[in-house]
Ligand binder design. Structure first.
Ligand code: FAD
Length: 359
């Protein structure tokens, strides 16, 4: 028998931007709640982003509910600006976060959900999972990968270009991480950029503001059942931030289609030629970090949970906030998550108001 569980109306798992925006709306409801976060410090996944990372949009377009990110930085905010902003947000609103607490299991307990971390347990009337994707990296299967002895790392662990100086490096992945990491590694190393299809570059003057406006248009059209024809500009298309433009000027932004297999020391290209490669940087994305929901038996083949809005279809007191468009258009962005956090809390509030049996 472990210690007796703490009882609370709502447990939010995580304390990144999605969790904090949800907490912002929850504090106005009078419901009791706690955030459980696996990190040592505030800032969610931004703490692990590479050193030189800059956002795609100015501070005024990169803020969550209630409090603007300070706009006194030069250019677009840096990774550290976002971490400072989220840490300040937590302090300002006195958000009740416990960390480091890695939730390893959520299971049904009568009408409530039991949230476990090692020997600790919380008993909640509702749970919001806001665990993002950083803890679940995706690397595509390639023949021979297990034999390759060169260095490999995922963009989630990439910090700076220095360790790659003078090396022969493959950057794999055609999104913004791939383009930005290629841009800086190619200043010190010989690089090849491998993408499944030719990358989609946005016009130089297009930034995150335009992408978010388009995502909002799509969201509205979807709600109103309208067909919509917008120009290219998914949130994954490549924004021509200054380092990427610089790489284009240097001729380093050239992408090729994938190699056919790994060898012990490199790769074999589709024409049969082999090439020695010192390191591979996988910029191949993430999947939702949902291992803690395994016991609820609701994770689908595609690694997601079926939702109505943000509410799990198969578990009426579980909500998922952040993650990606499947939990609300642009909900994996700073500016976009406020909309889904607000609607999530409105649902939790009315759901808990109708439940008295589990009080
Ligand atoms: P996270 O920030 O990942 O927070 C989740 C938290 O939950 C973390 O602290 C994590 O440790 C914790 N956690 C996970 N599992 C558990 C568990 N089992 N128990 C307890 N805690 C757990 N967005 C923009 O708006 N503008 C941009 O310019 C932009 N640029 C980006 C550039 C890159 C390279 C990347 C990767 C993303 C970018 N994004 C941008 C997207 C987005 O803002 C981030 O992915 C964001 O971090 C998602 O926030 P979140 O709160 O959903 O998840």
């Amino acid at each position: 028998m472990g210690p007796s569980p703490s009882e609370v109306d709502v447990v939010i798992i995580g304390s990144g931007q999605a969790a904090l925006a949800t907490a912002y709306f929850l504090r106005r409801t009078g419901l009791s709640f706690v955030l459980l976060d696996a990190e040592q410090a505030p800032g969610g996944a931004w703490q692990h982003a590479w050193k030189s990372l800059r956002l795609f949009s100015p501070a005024s377009w990169s803020s969550i509910a209630g409090r603007q990110m300070p706009a006194d930085t030069v250019g677009y905010p840096t990774r550290d600006d976002v971490i400072d902003y989220l840490a300040d947000y937590e302090r300002h609103y006195r958000v009740p976060v416990e960390r480091p607490v890695l939730v390893d299991e959520v299971r049904r307990e009568g009408e409530r959900l039991s949230v476990g971390s090692g020997s600790r347990r919380w008993l909640a009337r509702a749970v919001v999972s806001a665990t993002g994707t950083w803890r679940h990296r995706f690397i595509p299967p390639y023949p021979g990968l297990e034999d390759y002895i060169g260095r490999q790392l995922h963009s989630a662990d990439y910090v700076e270009p220095r360790p790659f100086a003078g090396k022969r490096v493959l950057v794999v992945g055609g999104g913004n991480s791939g383009a930005q990491i290629l841009a800086e590694v190619s200043t010190v190393a010989t690089t090849s950029w491998v993408t499944l299809a030719p990358p989609l570059f946005l016009a130089d003057e297009v930034d995150g503001r335009v992408l978010f406006a388009r995502a909002t248009e799509r969201w509205k059209a979807q709600r109103e059942g309208r067909a919509i024809d917008l120009p290219v500009g998914g949130l994954g298309d490549i924004v021509m931030v200054p380092p990427v433009r610089d790489a284009r000027e240097r001729g380093a932004l050239h992408a090729v289609r994938p190699f056919s297999k790994f060898t012990v020391t490199g790769v074999v290209w589709p024409d049969g030629s082999g090439e020695a490669i010192d390191a591979v940087i996988w910029c191949t994305g993430f999947r939702p970090a949902l291992a803690h929901l395994q016991a609820l038996d609701l994770i689908e083949q595609d690694g997601r949970v079926q939702v109505d809005g943000t509410r799990a279809s198969k578990c009426s007191n579980l909500w998922l906030v952040g993650y990606g468009d499947w939990t609300g258009a642009a909900s994996a962005t700073l500016i976009g998550v406020t909309r889904t956090a607000r609607s999530t809390v409105a649902e939790i509030r009315s759901e808990l108001a109708t439940r008295t049996s589990d009080l």
